[in-house]
Ligand binder design. Structure first.
Ligand code: PRP
Ligand code: URA
Length: 205
């Protein structure tokens, strides 16, 4: 299921992110802000459990998250959205999956995977700003499932229709949350109009 996460301030920050005039500092700030704002929609249906809390006056019912949360940014560019989530999900653990897309074949190549031991029983949030062909995110989701995860959600900043279709074909059980659904992939499989190369712009490379 595709969820468009929309908000006036997300739209405004996304415009800064897209702009060719935004240098790395502005790009970083805006990407962080969007991630933080998206966190609320992405986690809106997390299960909670009742806990008792003692106020200065009395005992009453409170709530905690029913399951631990594991955040998994896809290296490199997923790192740019991570702190926006950890600032809200302060107890979350973090795992990393490293993938790069071969420029010629467009196939993702995995080079790193380090996931917390409790990934299988956690709510897992997979993060990458770009869903282009969908290969990287779908391979990363395969890794999460191999580790036993079965409550996974995927968050991106911009998705291409082709990437949404490819991801949903391989992982119909994983909801996609995106701040934008762009027009198409261009002839180089870049999202159009998109923002260019997310990793290069975020890391200033
Ligand atoms: C970008 C992006 C995604 C991937 C999306 O990473 O961050 O991981 O491309 O493309 P896909 O949907 O067609 O697989 P890239 O491969 O450029 O690696 P990098 O983050 O290390 O620059
Ligand atoms: N990776 C990016 O960083 N940008 C795109 O548009 C496609 C893949």
């Amino acid at each position: 299921m595709f969820h468009h996460v929309d908000h006036p301030i997300i739209r405004e920050r996304l415009t800064q992110i897209r702009s060719v005039d935004s240098e790395t500092p502005a790009f970083r700030h805006a990407l962080h802000d969007v991630a933080q704002m998206m966190c609320f929609s992405v986690t809106a249906n997390l299960e909670t459990k009742s806990i008792e809390v003692e106020t200065p006056l009395t005992k009453t019912q409170g709530y905690g998250l029913a399951h631990r949360v594991v955040l998994v940014p896809i290296l490199r560019a997923g790192v740019g959205m991570m702190n926006g989530f950890t600032e809200i999900l302060t107890e979350a653990s973090v795992g990393y999956i490293g993938l790069y897309r071969d420029e010629e074949t467009l196939q993702p190549h995995a080079y790193y995977c380090k996931l917390p031991d409790h990934t299988a029983e956690s709510d897992v949030i997979l993060i990458d700003p770009m869903l282009a062909t969908g290969g990287s995110a779908a391979d990363a989701a395969d890794e999460l499932k191999k580790a036993g995860a079965n409550r996974i959600r995927f968050v991106c900043l911009i998705a291409a229709p082709e990437g949404v279709a490819a991801f949903e074909a391989r992982h119909p059980d994983i909801p996609i949350y995106s701040a934008a659904l762009d027009e198409k992939l261009n002839e180089n499989a870049y999202i159009f109009p998109g923002l260019g190369d997310a990793g290069d712009r975020y890391f200033g490379t």
